[in-house]
Design a protein around this ligand. Structure first.
Ligand SMILES: [Zn+2]
Length: 321
């Protein structure tokens, strides 16, 4: 289309439209271009809004520590577990780079030993075993260490009779550890089964963008309650692989939270600003504790005043005093 006869600012607008860079690439200190509504958003406004676009509600990626902070009751201090557990290159795996090199790079980028943070924290006055993936560390991939951390999280929850919450953001099993990564799918699920069957404690799985591969195909889809953030990509294999395998075209919106909710694969889609309130309400219902107002301020005040609540259902809670 020719620009002739158009006023200069109309021409300019069209040019800017074509030249828009990808997410996070323009003026990183001040503004971020929202990939959904295509508008520039002040980083400060994004941070205040829990990394959700204030204009269209697009959910940007949120760091693991920030997620845990937003979930736990304010003025409580979570206990971190197994931070020192570090991966080894057991197979001497080399793709475009040696695995050992990748570990080094990921470690210096994130300041942690692997892609998972594991804590005991208080949520709505209830002590919970909580874990969150760090997607910056090799795409949140699950190798031996991540699998071990998740297994220990479920085991700790079973031992202390606490609920478990895992927030997933993962590309799947870590290919650099081969079958050792795949084994983690079975291992984490076995620990989870013991938590659910023997300890009778609930497990809430929160799926964020993206949750795929071996993580989507194991413990993250086994929550007693499965909550997803809006428009998250959730699935096992990518759409191209599936199309080639089944020889059919996939439907619109395939592998989004909304599609999965419609088809009964997940229970709820909860926007980030309501996530904590929803988890508090559901947890207290599951544990047959008195309900709290889901207004965040009220939940926090009650938790601060009442101190810790043992997660065991009311009928047997009398043993702890
Ligand atoms: Zn937006």
């Amino acid at each position: 289309m020719s620009n002739e006869g158009r006023r200069w600012f109309e021409q300019r607008k069209e040019f800017v439209g074509r030249a828009r860079p990808a997410e996070g690439q323009d003026t990183p200190d001040l503004l971020t271009r929202c990939p959904s509504c295509n508008e520039p958003v002040y980083n400060e406004a994004l941070a205040e809004n829990k990394q959700v676009c204030p204009l269209c509600g697009h959910h940007f990626r949120l760091g693991a520590m920030k997620r845990l902070e937003l979930l736990c009751d304010p003025d409580t201090t979570p206990v971190h577990h197994d931070d020192a557990l570090a991966p080894v290159d057991a197979l001497g795996f080399v793709d475009s780079k040696p695995y050992g090199k990748r570990i080094e790079v990921a470690r210096s980028k994130t300041g942690r030993n692997d892609a998972f943070v594991s804590i005991t924290g208080r949520v709505g006055g209830i002590d919970c075993e909580i874990g969150c993936f760090d997607f910056r560390y090799m795409g949140g991939s699950m190798g031996s260490v991540v699998g071990e951390l998740i297994t220990r999280l479920f085991e700790r929850a079973a031992e202390h009779e606490r609920p478990a919450i895992v927030i997933s953001a993962s590309g799947g099993a870590r290919m650099q550890e081969g079958v050792l990564s795949l084994m983690q799918m079975a291992k984490t699920c076995a620990a989870l089964a013991r938590l659910q069957d023997e300890a009778g404690m609930p497990y809430i799985s929160v799926l964020t963008h993206p949750t795929t591969g071996g993580v989507a195909a194991s413990f993250s889809m086994l929550g007693d309650l499965i909550i997803a953030e809006p428009e998250a990509l959730i699935g096992f294999a990518g759409p191209r692989v599936i199309e080639q395998t089944i020889g059919q075209q996939l439907p619109e919106g395939f592998q989004t939270s909304e599609y999965l909710l419609e088809h009964g694969m997940i229970d709820l889609i909860v926007p980030r600003d309501q996530l904590r309130g929803t988890i508090v309400r559901v947890l207290r219902q599951m544990l047959k504790l008195d309900s709290l107002e889901v207004d965040d301020a009220l939940v926090d005040r009650d938790a601060a005043a009442g101190g810790p609540v043992h997660a065991k259902p009311a009928s047997s809670a009398g043993t702890e005093a």
